[in-house]
Write a protein that binds this ligand. Structure first.
Ligand SMILES: [Zn+2]
Length: 385
């Protein structure tokens, strides 16, 4: 009997919509929620276990199924469940994919099935709001301690601010005021060493300033992330009322394309120094410490047509002393000789840099080039294109 039901399930999973995980789109799901009636990948199935009474997960191939459960899977399935649970997903909401950070997947699942946020648009006040206030733990600039800070996001003022919580007799002054248009938020759990860690970046005095924050609640940090995205989309909607929302919702936040340790040769061929590199689309930043507030340098990466390219191995005027895994980023007026710790790491960086160099330049990229233009604080001259 059990075989008969499993066979039936094998048929149902081949029906349109069921071939990918209902929550993250991963192909060939092998798990299912026998109460919600959807097929899931192993990761999402694991997160569904925390929904307890709402979702019962079973393996499609290993567990025993009964006729009622199979009937439910037949009657619902991924497409119908999507119509019900994703009826009102706002355009700014980040739908997780296979490679997305765990906290985004987890909160997507909770928002969808437990809090029914996308079934009822009235349940989105925590992020779709004109003003949001709350406490987050922020890393001090000395990088030693996370301390509670009050964050305030205001759409009418177009600002994200944070405050030190002092005695209430004094009028609090914001420690930072960030224009919403230029703020970016990225989940960086490994870098911060906390599963709900987020990096907020913005420009300050011509350089990229980073704030590192986390919350003890996954819902809270994901709400802040979406509050920033929602506010940015609202700004764009007002500025470009004729454009369609889905187009405006592209790139509300940008994940870093690649991060990691590399060794960098000095501008006058000084010995290699270990630096933390972050590739943020056309901006390559390097830090002494990954959790520093400001990078030591920022390099604008222009288009191949403008003379940007990457080579591997040695460069004539930049002797590497025979070190393996070296590669050179050529910009129109400087060569950056970099060294990875393994061939695999080197290939990753070279591939990603080439990908960026070949991307078409956007108006935002030109704006970025203008911001990164000459810095007196270090010897790198950045190129305006
Ligand atoms: Zn999944």
């Amino acid at each position: 009997m059990a075989d008969k039901y499993r066979q039936a399930l094998g048929q149902i999973i081949r029906e349109p919509g069921n071939g990918v995980c209902a929550d993250c789109g991963t192909e060939h799901p092998s798990w299912a929620s026998s109460t919600i009636g959807i097929f899931l990948c192993q990761d999402c199935a694991g997160m569904h276990r925390a929904l307890n009474s709402i979702s019962r997960v079973k393996s499609v191939t290993l567990d025993n199924w009964d006729s009622d459960q199979v009937e439910l899977m037949q009657g619902i399935g991924n497409s119908r469940a999507k119509e019900r649970y994703e009826m009102n997903v706002p355009p700014f909401y980040r739908r997780p994919q296979k490679e997305s950070v765990e906290v985004l997947k987890k909160e997507w699942i909770f928002a969808k099935y437990q809090r029914l946020e996308f079934t009822d648009a009235d349940k989105q006040d925590a992020y779709n709001c004109a003003k949001k206030e709350g406490l987050l733990l922020k890393l001090g600039r000395d990088r030693k301690l996370f301390q509670q800070r009050k964050f305030v996001l205001s759409r009418p003022e177009n600002k994200l601010q944070y405050f030190v919580i002092e005695d209430s007799s004094k009028k609090p002054r914001p420690k930072a005021e960030i224009d919403l248009d230029e703020v970016n938020a990225v989940f960086v759990p490994e870098k911060i060493g906390h599963p709900y860690g987020m990096q907020i970046t913005f420009y300050k005095d011509g350089s990229t300033r980073s704030l590192f924050v986390h919350s003890e609640s996954s819902k809270d940090i994901v709400d802040w992330y979406h509050a920033i995205r929602a506010a940015k989309l609202e700004r764009r909607r007002i500025a470009f009322p004729d454009r369609d929302l889905d187009t405006l919702a592209e790139d509300l936040t940008r994940d870093f394309m690649l991060e990691g340790w590399l060794y960098k040769m000095g501008p006058r061929n000084e010995p290699f120094k270990r630096r933390w590199f972050t590739l943020d689309k056309r901006k390559l930043m390097y830090y002494e410490d990954p959790l520093n507030a400001f990078p030591k340098g920022e390099i604008f990466i222009g288009h191949r047509d403008a003379g940007y390219h990457v080579t591997t191995g040695t460069t004539e005027d930049k002797p590497t002393g025979g070190s393996p895994f070296c590669f050179t980023l050529h910009t129109p007026d400087r060569k950056f000789v970099l060294k990875a710790e393994s061939k695999e790491e080197m290939d990753k960086w070279v591939d990603m840099l080439n990908k960026v160099i070949d991307m078409p330049l956007t108006p935002q990229d030109s704006k970025l080039a203008a911001i990164l233009v000459p810095k007196k604080s270090n010897s790198i001259r950045l190129i305006k294109r």
